[in-house]
Write a protein that binds this ligand. Structure first.
Ligand code: SAM
Ligand code: SF4
Length: 461
């Protein structure tokens, strides 16, 4: 599966979880933090690390070495929740052996399931929603005989003034807005992350200056509907220009924009501001007007295609990826065929596709499922096969072209190769050289391609 900026389905290790280094301090109390879900959750875990470090907590690399074990969770699909419940049972065995260990659940699932979680997992010591992280040290301290639960949503919490503990690398993810007001019929996000709120632009620019001073070359602006950003007079397009003006930052990206919020002004900034990279993850969800209306997405297929055309005209070499849901309630075979047709028309560089998962609290919840898991699975497999063929064709068309590649470090498969990203966010590997290090940008001529990555050699250009 190809990588997008919002790596919501990119497994962080072989089990799909991601271990974060928690910070050091609190009289020897060591915290282990594990993260599931999207890039926003990873960014939230970096905030949690910063809160705990400031409060003096120490870090553990493994749950076996920790006094406090925290799991930051995702509620977007049932499958994600089931994985976390499975993981919690594993961790409960640890707690059984060492009852003094505190086990906590953070994030969207904590918000989604609240009290029922305590019934399902009675060994939990604390449950904390996404707006409560500043209070975590207090919650950890308070948890004991009874679990400490705090799932208050806070319309004003933006974590402004709290700089996350960024993971080392060339790219820093900066959250610019939280929550979502769109209420798509299938989606639990507005219920678990609360109402939309934007972080003041000065704080965002200060954060970008700080990461630039620390050597990061690229920033990715994050939000559930990132282009709905607005703080007073400053809309998303204006913010993009402000961040692009930060000295030392060479590349600016953002994810995920909502098609309905993609203004001409934002397209114009993408087209004219050299630092804003030509890649857009533009979730479409379905290629059928009937289904889009039932999903309450707020656009038609025609409007979406018109947007794609305007984007491609304005931004040469633009790469596009998307999210698609198959098997939403009432999706007929004709609706599904319309989605396949849309994929053939747009020819995305990559796509994340999901089987519809009925979520409690959402508007579509009462409708339930109209298709069997098998039928959803068949549609998903067909869509993936089509997209893989398109991704391969598109990548093969790049053979012979040269791209400025921002080097990230050694390639995963080793053998002395290095890896980096093109402006279109495609992974490129190339033979390493002693003089080339992470953070440099080098021209790489592409000589072969798969559907998922490119490989090439350093160009003399
Ligand atoms: N805000 C983004 C947008 O508007 O497209 C998406 C955020 S959501 C975390 C990421 C993706 O998860 C969505 O684009 C959608 O494809 C998928 N998703 C959300 N709810 C889902 C559900 N109930 N079942 C299956 N997939 C779902
Ligand atoms: Fe969910 Fe829709 Fe908001 Fe995206 S825009 S987070 S899909 S409600």
């Amino acid at each position: 599966m190809a990588e997008t900026l919002l790596s919501n389905l990119v497994p962080q290790d072989e089990t799909g979880r991601r271990a974060e280094m928690a910070p050091s301090g609190k009289a020897g109390t060591r915290v282990y933090l594990e993260t599931y879900g999207c890039q926003m959750n990873i960014a939230d875990s970096q905030l949690v690390n910063a809160v705990l470090r400031r409060a003096g907590y120490g870090s553990a690399d493994k749950p076996q070495e920790a006094d406090v074990i925290l799991i930051n969770t995702c509620a977007i699909r049932e499958h994600a929740e089931e994985r976390v419940i499975g993981r919690l049972s594993d961790l409960a065995r640890l707690k059984h052996a060492r009852p003094e260990v505190k086990l906590g659940l953070l994030g969207c699932m904590a918000q989604h399931n609240r009290a029922s979680l305590i019934a399902k997992a009675p060994w939990l010591d604390l449950v904390a929603g996404p707006d409560t992280y500043r209070r975590l040290p207090e919650l950890i301290g308070r948890s004991g005989f009874d679990p400490a639960v705090d799932v208050r949503l806070d319309r004003s919490e933006t974590y402004a003034g709290l700089s996350p503990d960024y993971e080392a690398g060339v790219r820093a993810y900066i959250t610019i807005m939280r929550g979502c007001d769109k209420f798509c019929a299938f989606c639990v996000v507005p219920y678990v992350r609360g109402r939309e709120r934007s972080i003041p632009p000065d704080d965002i620019v200060r954060e970008a200056e700080m990461v630039a001073a620390r050597g990061f070359k690229e920033v990715v602006l994050l939000g559930q509907t990132v282009n709905a950003y607005r703080a007073g007079e400053i809309d998303f397009a204006a913010l993009l220009r402000k961040v692009a003006a930060v000295e030392g930052i060479e590349r600016v990206r953002f994810t995920s924009p909502h098609p309905s919020d993609m203004t001409e002004a934002a397209i114009e900034v993408m087209a004219s501001e050299a630092k804003v990279q030509p890649y857009l993850h533009l979730p479409v969800q379905s290629g059928s007007d009937r289904v889009l209306a039932a999903m309450e997405r707020g656009y038609t297929v025609g409007e979406y295609l018109d947007l794609v055309e305007r984007l491609r005209l304005a931004i040469p070499g633009l790469a596009l990826s998307t999210d698609v849901i198959v098997g939403f309630h009432g999706e007929t075979e004709d609706d599904f065929q319309a989605t396949l047709e849309l994929m053939r028309m747009v020819r995305y560089d990559s796509a994340f596709s999901f089987k519809y998962s009925v979520r409690e609290h959402t508007r579509a919840h009462r409708l339930g499922d109209s298709l069997t898991e098998e039928e959803k699975g068949r549609r998903l497999a067909e869509l993936i096969t089509l997209q893989e063929a398109i991704s391969l064709e598109r990548n093969r068309q790049l053979i012979g072209a040269t791209f400025p590649v921002l080097v990230e470090g050694p390639a995963r498969r080793g053998d002395g190769r290095m890896a980096g990203k093109t402006p279109q966010f495609k992974t490129v590997t190339f033979p390493g050289e002693d003089t080339i290090t992470a953070g440099m940008t080098r021209p790489i001529c592409i000589d072969s391609a798969t559907g998922h990555s490119l490989s090439g050699t350093i160009s003399s250009l």
